[in-house]
Design a protein around this ligand. Structure first.
Ligand SMILES: C[S@@+](CC[C@H](N)C(=O)[O-])C[C@H]1O[C@@H](n2cnc3c(N)ncnc32)[C@H](O)[C@@H]1O
Length: 312
């Protein structure tokens, strides 16, 4: 597998997010400190990113409402995600916040945080101690760790260094990540999490319904960039998402929605506001795009049973 091409997907996602933020789709005061330029994309792509970011955010907020300040968040394949900083701006306190990505991505992120006062001031602990290595950062409750998610032994070691509390209510986030990992490695990762975290919620955003012409074109575009979608077999439909990611890997339960459902579960006023940002002449294309991505959640224990995005 070509890890460099997978790593480059972080730049692409960050540039697209920066562009959408610049256009006013949502607020993020930090993305521009992590990625220099935005990438101009078609209006349907920007709306797709809006639905992705807001959909995942809705699950995060439901999780936080349920568990309060005992919350632990572990963001897998976090790239340049700015969630930690956005939550800090909302005065939401998180007991432990851990970001994980390939070492070359976290090394760059740690360097950027260290050099930027807006990013650094939010991770400073009261005693001002920030522990840094070439690829990792430990700063109070914020941790950024360089690990290949295919290596669960190293993952466990790194989680230990981040003072991970296995019994805390823990939210795992994987936003467009698992599709780049071979299915046997995802199985190992998901079983590892299920075995260690009795009180966990997992939110997974990735492709679905890939068994049609539109799916073929999406795959071709990614493959043309040298990116092997090693986990694509689990993205056949919503059932394979639930079964392959959670059902087969000892999770207590799961639920999945395609992004059409997610988008139309947002309040009408919220949708109308962002639909005014850019004119869309091909509604059909947006719907097709939404049909090919989903949010799938899985849970361990009964704390998160019934924590759903409302069906449209
Ligand atoms: C499409 S980007 C998404 C980044 C971020 N989650 C977001 O949505 O903005 C995929 C991320 O997954 C990371 N990733 C993929 N496979 C990985 C692995 N085996 N170990 C660690 N990180 C991985 C990549 O380096 C990249 O940062």
């Amino acid at each position: 597998m070509n890890d460099d091409a997978v790593i480059a997907t972080n730049d692409d996602a960050s540039e697209c997010k920066r562009n959408a933020v610049q256009l006013g789709y949502w607020k993020d005061n930090y993305i521009s400190h992590l990625i220099k330029h935005g990438k101009r994309r078609a209006p349907e792509i920007n709306r797709g990113y809006y639905a992705r970011v807001k959909g995942v955010e809705k699950v995060i907020h439901k999780f936080l409402q349920r568990v309060g300040d005992k919350a632990q968040i572990i963001n897998l394949g976090s790239g340049y995600d700015t969630l930690y900083w956005r939550l800090m701006d909302e005065n939401i306190s998180i007991a432990n916040f851990i970001e994980i990505d390939f070492p070359s991505v976290t090394a760059r992120k740690c360097y950027l945080i260290k050099r930027n006062k807006h990013l650094l001031e939010k991770v400073y602990t009261q005693d001002g101690e920030v522990k840094l290595s070439a690829t990792d950062m430990h700063a109070g409750s914020y941790h950024c760790l360089g690990v290949d998610l295919r290596n669960t032994a190293e993952l466990e070691e790194k989680l230990q260094q981040a003072e991970c509390d296995y019994n805390a209510p823990t939210l795992f986030i994987a936003e467009c990540v698992l599709v780049y990992i071979e299915n046997n490695c995802v199985d190992r990762l998901m079983k590892f999490i299920a075995g260690k975290f009795p009180n966990a919620l997992f939110v997974n955003y990735e492709m679905c319904n890939m068994n049609d012409t539109f799916g073929d074109v999406m795959m071709e575009n990614l493959r043309a960039r040298g990116c092997n979608l090693a986990g694509i077999a689990s993205c056949k439909n919503l059932e394979t998402q639930q079964q392959n990611r959670f059902g087969n890997n000892n999770w207590s339960g799961s639920k999945a929605w395609d992004m059409v459902n997610v988008y139309y579960s947002f309040p009408a006023g919220e949708r109308e506001k962002i639909e005014r940002i850019e004119f869309l002449d091909e509604q059909e294309l947006l719907i097709q795009l939404f049909q090919h991505y989903c949010i799938c959640i899985g849970w361990m224990g009964d704390t998160f049973d019934g924590l759903f995005i409302e069906d449209a």
